[in-house]
Design a protein around this ligand. Sequence first.
Ligand code: UGA
Length: 428
Amino acid sequence: MKVAIIGSGYVGLVTGVCLAEIGNKIIFVDNDEKKINSLKKGEIPIYEPGLERLFKKNKNRIKFSTSIKEAVENSKIIFITVATPPKEDGSPDLSSIENVATEIGKYLTSWKLIVEKSTVPVETGEWVSKTIERTSGGKVNFEVASNPEFLREGSAIKDFLHPDRIVIGVESKKAELLLRQLFKPIKAPVIATNIKTAELIKHASNSFLATKISFINSIANVCEAVGADIKDVSLALGLDKRIGPYFLNAGIGFGGSCFPKDLDTFYWFSNKFGYNFELLKIVKEINQKQRERMIEKVEKELWIVENKTIGILGLSFKPNTDDIRNAPSIDIIKKLKEKKAKIKVYDPKANRNVKMIFGDEIEFYEDPYQVAKNSDCLIILTEWDEFKNLDLRKLKKMMSQPIIIDGRNMFELEKLKRIGFRYIGVGR
Ligand code: UGA
């Protein structure tokens, strides 16, 4: 099938490349000419495992353009995957969606299915439809559908090609059948519903996952107070099929570009429709406090933080990505800097991005042992696999004081004690 992807950012690229992989012809569009030129040269502007390989493998089925007109002319299904960044009041900025819908309307000459895939609040589908109707002059038939994405950074290709479910929000059998056909090679249950329900499922999913994390972090805090172990609590909770084992890892909380933003949007539009969804506010507050607790732990171990050397391992908001948007590391570094600590950091992928924020104010290293050298304490903020295989005895010898504060509970308590570390996790 001929598919256009308007918005060649993270979601757009993964969607288009995966749709090419299952046999479709893709035209990627973006208004950023530089980005389109790099893509034409085969340069992928984001780091996502497997994306580059699939991109190269399917290059014969992929085209690029900066023109929405060309995309409309060369496709039957048009995915809108532009950014919807948060505004001050928690509402998302939907102006890019409106612009794209306006443009699509101008160039429609035959029936198309326009699918919103960007994360958008309920009613966006209606507005997209009205906008296209207006700019197309009501002369051409078209339909709008919703197909929310459930892609995790770091495993987006797998999530796309092997999802738990595919949600399609449609208003006609024709649109439903077309999307079912598009996704046929992917083996997963398809939930076909109306557009508003599909839009809402996305916010409900992310909010529930975020709630699970804040819930387990709250239990972890109680565990710390009473001397229980959150690892065993999570294990036991997760074995209950009604609860499930995922998203029960206690730590410094969630970051990234999705959960924090989606909680705000869901809260904002529930309010707009007359429901005060207080739970979501509290989930976010708990998450923020979880970061502050790390600073409290550092102070508890080091007493005076000023002039102490603190090593940080892991900066990205989670492993296998260089993304630092809303990463706990940024808040934690800022707080430690306020307290005048000397900060040394290492991340396998995110050093460059963090350097853009802090420049020379903190020290960047290409190796965890260099970070450990002469540190009074090491803090782990991202659970990269690489850290699991660290030579802990070597690490200990290099440090000024053998203290590890592990915001991701990566290590066994007993093992670290045996080696001679003072090891503080979350909820243990
Ligand atoms: C999330 C959702 O998982 C995707 O389904 C969704 O499509 C995406 O948002 C989106 O809306 O675009 P993502 O933000 O990439 O994906 O990352 P997750 O793997 O969900 O992790 C989010 C945060 O939760 C990370 O900071 C992670 O460290 C934290 N987390 C996760 C925990 O603290 N504990 C856990 O048990 C699990």
